[in-house]
Design a protein around this ligand. Structure first.
Ligand code: ADP
Ligand code: MG
Length: 894
C-alpha cells in the first residue's frame, strides 16, 4: 500500500534511533543534585569520577551497586564495616588510581573486624607515596555471572554501548556486542543474545540470568548517557548477574566538556533530483584526443545519448565531436545545470571558481590529486571546500568517476562504457575505478538505474546519495560499497528510513586492521571501527554483505525477484546431496522446508517417476526435465505453505530450462536457481539470469539469499505496521464504562484470536464470514499474520485478570484493483454487541484509513445483519447496491 509508505516517509520516528535526545529536564533520569557531581568534575577539569562517585550516580537512577561508603580513618573503616555487615570489601579511593586491583588496592572477603584492620593498614602502606582520599567499604557481593557494560563515544556515530561477559570472555575472546545509542528494548535484547556466550546467560546449570532486568539496565545506561552529554565513557566492570537481578561491583566514569553535538547534520538540503537529471552539462577538460580522460567522459555522454545540452569547455578547440566548444564556462550564454571537471588537479580550483561565477548548481570533480595524494593535495582540497562553502554550489568528488543514470541516458564515467540497460539498482561506490571495473561484467546479469561514485566526498557524500536513491521511483534496490562513513548519526537516520522502503545492501571494506591500512592509503579516509559499523547497520536495518560475491548475489535476487511472504521453501533438485546442503543452510538461517499438504503430495506423485520419494526437497534424480520442474512449481505455487523455490539444476542441461522457467506464473513467489560450478558454464547462466532468475553456484548461497530477502520483508512489514499503529488513536476509550484498548493484530495473537472466535456464536460468525466458520490453526495464521501493505486488522481488547481478551476485530483490506479503496469488515463478540463498541471501533478504523490515504471504504453485508447496517448508516455510508441477500455500502473519506 503506497499509502502506508507515505506515512513512513514523513515519520522521522520510523526508527527508534531518531528519537529525540533533548527530553525536557523534568523527565530526565538523573536528578539535578547528582548531575551536579558531573558538572563539578568538568568545571574542575577533573576527567574521571571515582568508583564511589560513579556508583552514587548509578544508584540515583535505580541501578543496584555494592555500595559506596567512604572511610577516612581506620576507626571509621571498622565502624562502617560493622554497619554494612560482613563479609565486606575494602578498596582504595584515590583520583590517581584507575585500576585498583593492579596496584593492590582491593581487599576482598573480609569477614571480621580484624581482617578489616589488617586490610586497611596494608592499603595505607601500599599507597603511602600516593594521594589517598580514603577507602570505600562495600558489601562483598555473592558470586554471580560476571558481565561488563561499557559506553564510549565514536567521532562519527556518537555514544555507543557495549555488553559482554567479564574475564576471559572480554579479555581473550573479545566476545562483546555494540549498539549505537539510544537503544530500544529490541536492541537491548538483541545485543544480549548476540554474544557468543549468550547460552551461559540463558541457562547454565539451570541457573538462568534475569535477562529482563539486564535489558532494563542497558536501557537505563542508554538514557543516562544520551541525556548527559558530559559523560564521555562509562564502565560497569564487573557486574554480577543473578537469576533474580544483578549488582554493579565496580564502576567508573570519564567526563568532559560536551563536544559540539556529534555530527547531527540535519537533512536540510534540497533534493538532489536535478543533480541526477540535469538538463545541461558542461565538460571542463573535454577532449578529442583518444586515451585522454576528458575524451572518455565526453564520449560517454554523447554515445549514451545524453538528452540535454552539452558544452565542451577546452581553450584550444572550436568544437569537439561536432559540438561547439568554449574557452571558458563563462563564455556559455545559456544557463548550465551541471559541470564535470576533468582537468589537472592544479587547474581545478580555478575551474570551480568559474562554475560558481557562472551560477552552476552542481559540479562533479572527476580530477584526482587531492586528499588521497598527500599533504599538498589535502590543502588543495581544503581550498576547494572553502570556495564551495562560500558559493553554495554542490560538489561531487574530487577523485571520482561521476554519475551514471540510465533512466536519463547519462554516463559520466572516466572509463569508456558500452550499452547499459535501464534497471532498478542504485549503487553508491566510494571508488570510481571499482565501479567501472565491475560494471561491464555485471551489466550482463544486472541492470543498474543509478551509479554514483563519490570519491573524496568534499561535499556530497554517501548519505546524500542514499537519501536521494530512496526517493527515486526507478530504484528499488540500493547497493553501497563504502570505505568510510562520515557523519554516522545522519547516515543511520537516513538509512533507517530508507531501509523500510527499499533493501539497502552494503559492503564495507576496511573490516580488518590490515584492510584499514589499505583503505587509508587509498582515499585518505579512515575506516571506522568495524564493530561499530556492524552495530549501526543492524540498527538501521541495512543488510551487510561479506564480500563482492555476496553483495551481488543479494542484489541480483532483490532486483529480479519478489520477496518471500513467509519462510517455507520448496526445494527441487536433481541430486539429494545438494538438496541436503540447501536444507542445512535454510535451517541455519531461520528458514524451513515447506510442509506439503496431502492434496499436493498426491498431485506431485503424478508428476514424478514412481521411484521418486515425495518429500521436500523433491529429488527428481538425474532425469529431471524442464517440464517436470514446471509442473512441480505450478503445483507448489498453489500450496499455502510454499512461499519460495530453490531449483537445483545440472549445468550441462541448464539451457533447456531457461525458456520454460521464464514462462512459469510464479504468483509472486520468488525462485532462485543453483547450478554447481556455474562459473564454467557461464553462457547459459547469463541467459537464465537475463530471464530474471538468479543463479548461484552453491545451494547454501541460494538458501541464504532467500533468507535475507525474507528477513528483510519481515523487518519492513513490522516497520510499516509500527507506522500505521502510530496513527491509531492512543486515547483511552471506554465502552459500558469499561476501558477498552485498540491496537493492530499481530502474529503473537493467535491464542487470543482463537479464543475470540471460539467465544462467538455461530450466528455472529455466519454474519461476518457468510459461511460456517471455526478457528483452525491455518486460519489463525492467516488472520493474525498480515502483510500490512495489503491488510490491517484493529482489535478492541479489554483486560481480563492479568491478560487481555478481544471484544471485536475490524479489518481493512486493500482493494488491489482499485487504488485508494479498501474493503471493511467487522465482528463483535456476542456479549459486546449493541453497546456502541461496533460504532466506536468502526469510526477509529475509518479515521485510520483516512490517515493512510484511502479515499473510499466499501462494505458488504447480509440484508438481515441489521446491527451492522445500522452502524454503517451511523458512520455515513451510503447504499451502493442491493440484491435479495446482500447490501453493498460505500463511505467516501474526504
Ligand atoms: P579494578 O577494576 O579497579 O581493579 P574492581 O573494583 O573491579 O577493581 O575489583 C576487582 C575485582 O574484585 C572485581 O573484578 C571483582 O571480581 C572483585 N570485587 C570487587 N569488589 C567486589 C565486591 N564488592 N564483591 C565481590 N567481588 C568484588
Ligand atoms: Mg573493575
Amino acid at each position: 500500500m503506497n499509502h502506508a509508505f507515505s506515512a513512513l516517509e514523513n515519520s522521522k520516528a520510523a526508527n527508534s534511533y531518531t528519537q529525540d535526545e533533548s527530553s525536557s529536564a523534568k523527565d530526565k533520569l538523573l536528578k539535578d543534585e547528582l548531575a551536579e557531581i558531573i558538572h563539578q568534575a568538568v568545571r574542575d577539569n577533573c576527567s574521571y569520577l571515582m568508583e564511589h562517585e560513579t556508583k552514587e550516580i548509578l544508584e540515583g537512577i535505580g541501578i543496584a551497586t555494592t555500595g559506596f561508603l567512604v572511610a577516612r580513618s581506620e576507626d571509621e573503616a571498622l565502624v562502617l564495616s560493622e554497619k554494612i555487615g560482613f563479609p565486606v570489601v575494602l578498596k582504595i579511593v584515590s583520583p590517581d588510581i584507575v585500576h585498583k586491583t593492579d596496584a593492590g588496592g582491593v581487599k576482598l572477603n573480609l569477614t571480621c573486624i580484624e581482617d578489616v584492620r589488617i586490610a586497611y593498614n596494608e592499603i595505607l602502606e601500599t599507597f603511602k607515596y600516593q594521594h589517598i582520599e580514603g577507602v570505600t567499604i562495600q558489601k562483598m557481593a555473592k558470586p554471580g555471572i560476571e558481565a561488563i557494560i561499557g559506553v564510549t563515544r565514536d567521532p562519527s556515530f556518537g555514544p555507543l554501548i557495549m555488553f559482554g561477559l567479564g574475564g576471559v570472555f572480554v579479555e581473550v575472546l573479545r566476545d562483546v556486542s555494540f549498539r549505537i545509542l539510544p537503544i530500544t528494548e529490541k536492541d537491548a535484547s538483541e545485543m544480549i543474545a548476540e554474544i557468543r556466550g549468550a547460552a551461559i546467560l540463558e541457562g547454565y546449570r539451570g541457573q538462568a540470568v534475569d535477562l529482563e532486568s539486564l535489558g532494563q539496565l542497558l536501557l537505563k545506561i542508554s538514557q543516562l548517557v544520551v541525556e548527559n552529554h558530559e559523560i564521555r565513557e562509562l564502565d560497569l566492570n564487573p557486574l554480577f548477574l543473578y537469576p533474580d537481578g544483578y549488582v554493579t561491583v565496580d564502576a567508573r566514569m570519564f567526563v568532559s566538556e560536551p563536544s559540539p553535538r556529534d555530527n547531527i547534520t540535519p537533512t536540510g538540503h534540497e533534493s538532489l533530483r536535478d543533480f541526477f537529471y540535469p538538463k545541461s552539462i558542461a565538460v571542463i577538460g573535454a577532449s578529442d584526443i583518444k586515451g585522454k580522460l576528458g575524451y572518455n567522459v565526453f564520449w560517454n555522454l554523447i554515445n549514451h545519448d545524453f538528452p540535454g545540452r552539452l558544452y565542451p569547455i577546452n581553450p584550444g578547440k572550436d568544437s569537439i565531436k561536432g559540438i561547439k566548444a568554449y574557452k571558458s564556462i563563462l563564455d556559455v550564454q545559456e544557463p548550465v545545470d551541471m559541470a564535470i571537471i576533468i582537468v589537472p588537479a592544479k587547474a581545478v580550483e580555478a575551474a570551480i571558481a568559474d562554475c560558481c561565477a557562472k551560477g552552476v548548481k552542481y559540479v562533479v570533480v572527476e580530477a584526482a590529486g587531492f586528499a588521497e595524494s598527500g599533504e599538498e593535495g589535502k590543502q588543495a582540497q581544503e581550498r576547494i571546500e572553502k570556495i564551495i562553502h562560500e558559493n553554495g554550489c554542490r560538489v561531487l568528488g574530487p577523485n571520482c568517476s561521476g554519475v551514471i543514470n540510465t533512466h536519463h541516458n547519462m554516463v559520466q564515467s572516466i572509463g569508456l562504457l558500452g550499452d547499459l540497460k535501464k534497471g532498478n539498482v542504485g549503487m553508491v561506490a566510494q571508488a570510481g575505478v571499482y565501479a567501472a571495473g565491475i560494471l561491464t561484467g555485471l551489466s550482463n546479469v544486472l541492470d543498474f538505474g543509478i551509479v554514483a561514485t563519490i570519491g573524496n566526498k568534499v561535499d556530497i557524500n554517501e548519505t546524500d546519495i542514499l537519501e536521494y536513491l530512496s526517493d527515486d521511483d526507478h530504484i528499488s534496490v540500493i547497493v553501497m560499497y563504502m570505505e568510510d562513513i562520515r557523519s554516522g548519526k545522519r547516515f543511520m537516520d537516513v538509512a533507517s528510513r530508507t531501509a523500510v522502503r527499499k533493501p539497502v545492501i552494503i559492503l564495507k571494506s576496511g573490516r580488518t586492521e590490515a584492510g584499514k591500512k589499505a583503505v587509508s592509503s587509498h582515499t585518505a579516509s579512515l575506516a571506522g571501527n568495524d564493530e561499530i559499523n556492524s552495530a549501526a547497520f543492524k540498527q538501521s536495518g541495512i543488510i551487510r554483505a561479506r564480500d563482492n560475491e555476496h553483495l551481488f548475489a543479494l542484489t541480483r535476487a532483490f532486483s529480479k525477484q519478489p520477496v518471500p511472504k513467509n519462510n517455507g521453501v520448496l526445494v527441487i533438485t536433481y541430486t539429494g546431496s545438494l538438496g541436503v546442503a540447501a536444507t542445512d543452510m535454510l535451517s541455519l538461517s531461520d528458514m524451513r522446508l515447506s510442509t506439503l499438504e496431502p492434496y499436493f503430495q498426491k498431485r506431485l506423485k503424478n508428476v514424478l517417476p514412481d521411484y521418486a520419494s515425495i518429500g521436500n526437497p523433491i529429488d527428481c534424480s538425474f532425469s529431471m526435465t524442464p517440464q517436470q520442474v514446471k509442473d512441480l512449481i505450478e503445483i507448489g505455487v498453489e500450496s499455502n505453505d510454499v512461499h519460495s523455490f530453490i531449483v537445483i539444476i545440472q549445468g550441462e542441461i541448464l539451457s533447456s530450462f531457461v525458456d520454460v522457467m521464464k514462462n512459469i506464473d510464479y504468483k509472486e513467489k520468488p525462485v532462485v536457481c543453483c547450478v554447481a560450478c556455474k562459473e564454467f558454464m557461464i553462457d547459459d547462466v547469463v541467459k537464465m539470469e537475463q530471464s530474471g532468475i538468479p543463479v548461484y553456484s552453491t545451494a547454501e548461497m541460494a538458501a541464504e539469499v532467500l533468507s535475507e530477502m525474507y528477513h528483510y520483508s519481515v523487518r519492513r512489514q513490522s516497520a510499516i505496521a509500527d507506522s500505521i499503529a502510530r496513527h491509531l488513536t492512543k486515547d483511552s476509550l471506554s465502552v459500558d464504562n469499561m476501558p477498552v484498548r485498540l491496537r493492530l493484530i499481530n502474529p503473537k495473537d493467535i491464542g487470543l484470536w482463537t479464543d475470540f472466535v471460539n467465544g462467538c456464536s455461530q450466528k455472529s460468525l455466519w454474519l461476518r464470514f457468510l459461511s460456517p466458520f471455526s478457528a483452525t490453526p491455518e486460519r489463525a495464521q492467516r488472520f493474525c499474520n498480515l502483510n500490512p501493505e495489503e491488510e490491517i486488522a484493529v482489535v478492541a481488547e479489554m483486560k481480563d485478570g492479568d491478560k487481555y481478551k478481544f471484544l471485536g476485530i475490524a479489518r481493512l483490506i486493500k482493494n488491489k484493483r482499485c487504488e485508494g479503496e479498501a474493503e471493511y469488515a467487522i465482528i463483535i463478540s456476542d456479549l459486546w454487541q449493541n453497546k456502541s463498541l461496533g460504532h466506536i471501533l468502526s469510526e477509529q478504523c475509518f479515521e485510520l484509513a483516512k490517515k493512510e490515504g484511502y479515499k473510499t471504504i466499501r462494505a458488504e453485508t447480509l440484508q438481515e445483519n441489521y446491527a451492522m447496517i445500522r452502524i454503517f448508516r451511523q458512520c455515513d455510508f451510503i447504499l451502493d447496491s442491493k440484491d435479495e441477500n446482500m447490501v453493498s455500502m460505500a463511505l467516501k473519506l474526504s
